[in-house]
Design a binder for this molecule. Structure first.
Ligand code: ZN
Length: 357
């Protein structure tokens, strides 16, 4: 991991947003910029300095994981350490993570600033580090590819053992166990296994429902390798699929293959989404595809970019994202087919290998 390169890119962003420092505490952003894997700590980054403030539990760890950072050991609460860490830096505009800083923390910081009569203004920033994270380095793509391999093989494993009469929970646990026993760290999100009508809920929780013959079984799972997630959805039938399933499945697959073939660098998230959505609308299922086509995947299972209606984000080389159209019919079930892809030389390269035909 090239922390110095990332810090340099961040400093470019800071200049563009006219802040002279940025305070980072969102866990994935903190890890991305420092390599520090502890669960508590704050980064303060200026044009020249990089300070990692954490408590005594993590001091030794920071020395090892984040040699690019000066360590500040937090002893008291915010009112003690915040003025101390920022003192002498003559900061005028301090960027904070709008999506992470709570209202109570914002109020405390404002109080501290006004009591100490610091000439500092807090500037809420959206998506600054997330924008950097969206473009992956080759090493990051390699880790995601390893996570993809684990979830692909978990799906292959379950295809071999799933049968009518198993409960959704049993299948979900079998998947989770396989993921963990085959190289995944703590899985990035709860495994979804939804059979029959339950599959009409895009984010169903596995229940005690037993899988019946001929009904759709939707599975959504991911692995994690050195912090990086994968995300995979497949829908199968135990026994013989009926005509309705075949029609819905072919529609979703058609939408997905169209998107995979046509998406290219420079498109917006909305344009990418439209490709699959048009196919699904033309088959008469437009209203049944109620979520976005895809999302970025990396240190978080859901991150930038968003490929969906209204998304103006531009798709760029180095991005890794999911392509996951779905059709959900209340009372019957649903179908979702999700692959993970990366943009390479202007075109999509599919990373997922789990079968879908
Ligand atoms: Zn997904």
């Amino acid at each position: 991991m090239k922390i110095t390169d990332r810090l340099q890119k961040l400093r470019g962003e800071m200049a563009g947003r006219e802040v002279d420092a940025i305070l980072i505490s969102q866990p994935e952003n903190r890890y991305y910029l420092s390599g520090f894997t502890g669960s508590a700590g704050c980064l303060l980054i200026t044009a020249e300095k990089a300070v990692l403030a954490t408590d005594f539990r993590y001091v030794e760890q920071v020395k090892e994981q984040s040699p690019e950072y000066e360590i500040y050991q937090i002893k008291g609460d915010l009112a003690d350490w915040f003025p101390e860490v920022t003192s002498g830096l003559s900061l005028k505009k301090l960027g904070i993570e709008a999506g992470q800083v709570t209202y109570s923390m914002f109020r405390q910081m404002s109080d501290i600033i006004s009591k100490a009569k610091l000439p500092m203004k807090l500037v809420p920033l959206e998506g600054t580090v997330e924008g950097l994270r969206a473009i992956k380095e080759p090493e990051e793509i390699e880790l995601i590819a390893r996570a993809v391999e684990i979830s692909d093989s978990a799906f292959g494993h379950i295809e071999g053992i799933i049968r009518a009469g198993m409960t959704e929970k049993e299948v979900a646990w079998e998947l989770e166990k396989y993921l963990r026993e085959n190289g995944s760290e703590k899985i990035p999100f709860d495994v979804i296994v939804a059979a029959g009508p339950n599959a009409a809920l895009p984010h169903a929780r596995p229940s005690e429902r037993r899988i019946g013959e001929g009904e759709p079984v939707l599975m959504d799972l991911g692995a994690r390798v050195e912090g990086y997630a994968s995300d995979l959805s497949r829908t199968i039938v135990v026994g013989q699929p009926d005509d309705r399933f075949k029609k819905v499945y072919d529609t979703v697959l058609g939408g997905q293959l169209t998107a995979l073939a046509i998406i290219q660098e420079g498109m917006t998230g909305e344009e990418a989404d439209r490709l699959a959505r048009t196919v699904i609308e033309e088959a008469g299922y437009g209203d049944a595809f109620g979520h976005a086509l895809g999302h970025g995947v990396g240190l978080a299972a859901h991150e930038a970019p968003r490929l969906g209606p209204g998304s103006t984000e531009t798709i760029k080389n180095g991005m890794v994202f999911s392509i996951e159209p779905g059709v959900y019919l209340p009372g019957w079930g649903g179908v979702r087919i999700e692959d993970l892809v990366t943009m390479e030389n202007g075109k999509i390269r599919v990373m997922t290998r789990a079968g879908k035909e």
